[in-house]
Design a protein around this ligand. Structure first.
Ligand SMILES: [Ca+2]
Ligand SMILES: [Ca+2]
Length: 370
């Protein structure tokens, strides 16, 4: 729904409210003193929200801006009750249209959409990249799972949740760790090769990393026996800037410039033995790779987020003005982030976006689990 859709309805509501307000004389005095105004006869159901405002356009649903607060002029709190069945009755529970729609199979903000922010847990690096934390969409609360302040900085591209959501792999200054999410056990890999951009390889023990080892190298590390083995040496003297294993584990996508000084391109190799090197993009300037299923690779590109099919066709810009995205596990929603812009949840079926607005200002998303 756009603002324009709301305006005629909102105008009618304003006129109705003005007529109602003309009746009880006492209410006018309250308005003069700057207190929130209650519509006539509805003091028991229409309460001021916590949302301050200067104009109606800042208020959601049918609410209007009265005396500095968003308020519902007729006390019905929108067109839907909390079960989304409609009704418009004053007997329905009061719904705050400014509320965040947490994951509870109810329409907590009365906009006709159930749990539009999605469900599950959103993993972030935060506290100046010194904490790993998740936000649970059933409570919208934050839980810190690890503080790295004593060992260093964890960048979001250096952290990834494992298959089955058992653990998080992360690297600090190239040193690889695994943190159990159910038992909080921290395992240090002790890898002699540096590990950057760890990406899990379909098992809870095995992942791939980027290292510089006589040239750019992609290698596999196994937590079961703490063994590393080389998969692929990129033939040019350049830096790889991200790695991502496909969901089915068959392909490794990585981003690197074809030669020194050129733009980074998206490549794939077979994960089993590093064979079948394919360059998928042309002039991409790619970093921060994310697979959408096994068919498409999204990547950060100059000015936005781009994508290319895994066979190299259909390279395109998906979203301008955002720096990175993370999909949920069934690819129905994605989180879009941009520097100094609100973090959004994008519904991939309807293309609607919703302010997530539950993070600390410096939270960078790296995972979204069920
Ligand atoms: Ca809703
Ligand atoms: Ca809900």
């Amino acid at each position: 729904m756009t603002l324009n859709d709301l305006l005629p309805n909102k105008f009618a509501r304003i006129m109705g409210t003005l007529a109602a307000l003309a009746v009880p004389a006492g209410l006018g005095c309250e308005a003069d003193e700057g207190s929130p105004v209650y519509p006539a006869g509805s003091q028991s159901t229409s309460q001021p929200t916590s949302q301050p405002c200067y104009s109606d356009s800042e208020c959601k649903g049918e609410r209007i801006c009265v005396s500095g607060y968003c308020q519902d002029p007729d006390g019905d709190n929108g067109s839907y009750d909390q079960n989304g069945t409609g009704g418009n009755s004053r007997n329905n529970p009061i719904i705050d249209p400014e509320a965040k729609d947490l994951c509870d199979q109810k329409d907590n903000n009365g906009n006709g959409l159930f749990d539009e922010l999605g469900c599950g847990k959103i993993y972030v690096t935060t506290a100046s990249d010194k904490e790993l934390a998740f936000f649970d969409l059933t409570t919208l609360g934050k839980t810190v799972v690890f503080s790295s302040s004593s060992i260093g900085t964890i960048y979001p591209e250096d952290a990834e949740v494992s298959p089955y959501n058992k653990s998080i792999a992360f690297s600090v200054n190239g040193e690889l760790y695994r943190l159990g999410l159910t038992n909080a056990v921290l395992t240090m890999a002790g890898n002699e090769k540096n590990c950057f951009y760890p990406s899990w390889n379909t098992s809870i023990d095995s992942l791939v990393c980027y290292s510089w080892w006589d040239g750019p190298l992609i290698y596999s590390f196994d937590f079961y026996d703490l063994e590393a083995s080389s998969i692929f040496n990129f033939p040019e003297d350049v830096e790889i800037v991200d790695i991502a294993v496909s969901p089915n584990g068959q392909k490794i996508a990585f981003s690197a410039p074809p030669s020194k000084g050129s733009k980074e391109e998206v490549y794939t190799i077979n994960s089993s033995n590093g064979s079948n090197l394919e360059q998928l993009t042309s002039g991409a300037g790619s970093y921060r790779l994310d697979w959408k299923g096994n068919e498409r690779i999204f990547y950060s590109c100059p000015g936005g987020i781009c994508s290319v099919s895994s066979n190299g066709s259909d390279q395109k810009t998906e979203f301008s003005g955002y720096s990175h995205l993370v999909f949920n596990q069934d690819y129905t929603k994605a989180i879009l982030q941009a520097l100094e812009s609100p973090t959004l949840v994008l519904d991939l079926n309807t293309s609607e976006t919703f302010d997530l607005d539950i993070f600390d200002y410096d939270s960078a998303v790296f995972g979204w689990t069920n």
